[in-house]
Design a protein around this ligand. Structure first.
Ligand SMILES: Cc1cc2nc3c(=O)[nH]c(=O)nc-3n(C[C@H](O)[C@H](O)[C@H](O)COP(=O)(O)OP(=O)(O)OC[C@H]3O[C@@H](n4cnc5c(N)ncnc54)[C@H](O)[C@@H]3O)c2cc1C
Length: 465
């Protein structure tokens, strides 16, 4: 009944807004990991902010749940629809304005990908400060909603710090917010900052005004190997002091072997733990790089100065997600730790945790400069939350976060209590209530919802309850 009413409203908004075609919908109901398979009664794809606002209003009136999806790359089932709900995709909201040169910024609609926005900025020798391996698919809306981090956080910060303004379509207050060129606006709390990392709980991001940073002419990429994680952590601590570091990533031998088989290429270096460092500057930086590398004394190293060589070294890091997905259904934990506790955490995973979980293969990599470790476990049942909980509880007990960048999604929603007090969770529910009192947006994402949609632990393997 409710759905039929919603479908009629969508037809009135635009005849090409909604589809119920299973062949179009089915591929959108799971993600790269294949860990969770959902479903949706229909797919809506608004093309303008006005259409988007009308869809949200129609959903409020009919009391229909909307599950929001951008590029579907966040891998925590936050963008996975389920049950008799409606999947709202931003795939048709992709216009990008000309770069605003005086304010060094650009405005893009939610469905534009990071790569598309960078393509618009490149002729002006500008780029986004946030970059990530999923750049061809990850959208501006998804990057705001997850407060995306990525490979350059060590230099430019995460998505939240790049936002000058957003337009947010909310169930309670309609379309609100400004696409402002203002770098300073202290008129109360900042809507963009509140929406960043809110995983679609408060509203649908329609568009964002984002800072741009200059493309620096000189860059060097170095792949270094070390005998242990402790040695890598010490090297990273020293390299981080360099003012021209723009990426500081680590990988371990099991993951590098997997990537080597996936790409059909021999490893360029031998070692147990690897560090990929990118240096970028407007000025010549060879002497500086040589000085830094001499100081950290890696066991072996490979350097690249031209675009092709740099891309080849980056491939060793960026192919991890696809190589792991090919090896099996991964339980992905995306944790951050205080930098000083990283060694203890990694040694725990490779020691005590591995001894307790002998049937699992662990692949670790991450953004070392930000204390961010991606723990990927293959071998557990998709619906088994036990290994996830063990890893996340350990990170939480050490003062870390259970979501450094991909979000909490539906998979980790039952575990938010590990890092948030009951009062903090109550405050989050109150915030949700202020923007979305009917709970129609992304139920079960980030916070356990009275409307369900989060109970992976009780679901059949690979299914979302
Ligand atoms: C190979 C690979 C590498 C990655 N590397 C990184 C990395 O380095 N750093 C990093 O941070 N992440 C990384 N990710 C994760 C992912 O790319 C980011 O989380 C990205 O920001 C998600 O964008 P998306 O468009 O795919 O969002 P989706 O996955 O579609 O959605 C993410 C969440 O946001 C909500 N949402 C989507 N669009 C909107 C909107 N318009 N308004 C409100 N809510 C919305 C969804 O409901 C969901 O809860 C990586 C993923 C892959 C596959």
């Amino acid at each position: 009944m409710a759905l039929a009413r919603f479908f009629r409203s969508c037809e009135e908004i635009s005849p090409r807004l909604l589809t119920r075609d299973r062949e179009i919908i089915a591929p959108l109901c799971s993600d790269w990991t294949r860990r969770v398979a959902g479903g949706a009664a229909a797919l809506v794809r608004p093309s303008t902010e006005e259409e988007l606002a009308a869809v949200v209003e129609a959903a409020v009136q009919a009391d229909v749940q909307l599950h929001l999806q951008g590029g579907n790359t966040s891998l925590v089932a936050g963008a996975t629809p389920f049950g008799d709900s409606v999947l709202l995709s931003t795939a048709r909201l992709r216009s990008i304005a000309d770069p605003d040169l005086p304010s060094l910024s650009i405005t893009a609609e939610a469905g534009a990908t990071a790569a598309e926005v960078n393509a618009a900025l490149a002729p002006r020798h500008l780029k986004l400060g946030v970059d990530l391996a999923s750049r061809e698919s990850a959208t501006i809306g998804g990057m705001v909603a997850t407060n995306a981090g990525g490979i350059h956080v060590v230099r430019y910060g995460s998505m939240r710090t790049q936002l000058l303004g957003i337009r947010l379509v909310t169930p309670a207050h309609g379309a609100i917010g400004r696409l402002s060129p203002l770098y300073k606006d202290n008129t109360g709390p900042d809507l963009a900052a509140i929406a960043a990392g809110s995983e679609g709980l408060l509203g649908v991001v329609a568009s964002a005004a984002i800072k741009a940073v200059p493309i620096l002419e000189h860059s060097v990429v170095a792949l270094l190997s070390f005998p242990s994680f402790a040695a890598v952590a010490e090297a990273a601590r020293r390299i981080r002091l360099s003012p021209v570091v723009s990426a500081l990533e680590f990988m371990t031998a099991p993951g590098m072997d997997l990537v080597s088989r996936h790409l059909g290429r021999s490893l360029p270096l031998v070692g147990e733990v690897f560090l990929l460092v990118e240096f970028e500057s407007a000025f010549q930086l060879l002497d500086h790089v040589a000085e830094v590398l001499e100081d950290v004394a890696p066991a072996t190293s490979a350097l690249a100065f031209d675009a092709r060589g740099k891309a080849e070294l980056w491939r060793w890091r960026e192919a991890h997600t696809e190589a792991i997905a090919r090896a099996g259904i991964a339980h992905k934990m995306d944790v951050s730790l205080p930098i000083t506790d990283l060694v203890e955490f990694v040694e725990w995973i490779e020691g005590a945790f591995a001894a307790d979980h002998r049937s699992l293969d662990a692949y670790l990599f991450g953004h070392l400069g930000d204390g961010n470790v991606h723990v990927n476990l293959i071998g557990a049942e998709p619906g088994d939350l036990g290994p996830d909980e063990a890893v996340l509880a350990k990170a939480a007990s050490m003062g870390g976060s259970i979501s450094a960048e991909h979000g909490i999604g539906r998979i980790k929603a039952p575990l938010v209590h590990l890092v948030r007090t009951p009062s903090e969770i109550a405050a989050l529910y109150a915030l949700k209530d202020a923007f979305d009192p009917g709970g129609i947006l992304n139920p079960g994402v980030l916070l356990p919802s009275p409307r369900g949609g989060h109970a992976i632990a009780n679901a059949a393997p690979g299914r979302l309850a």
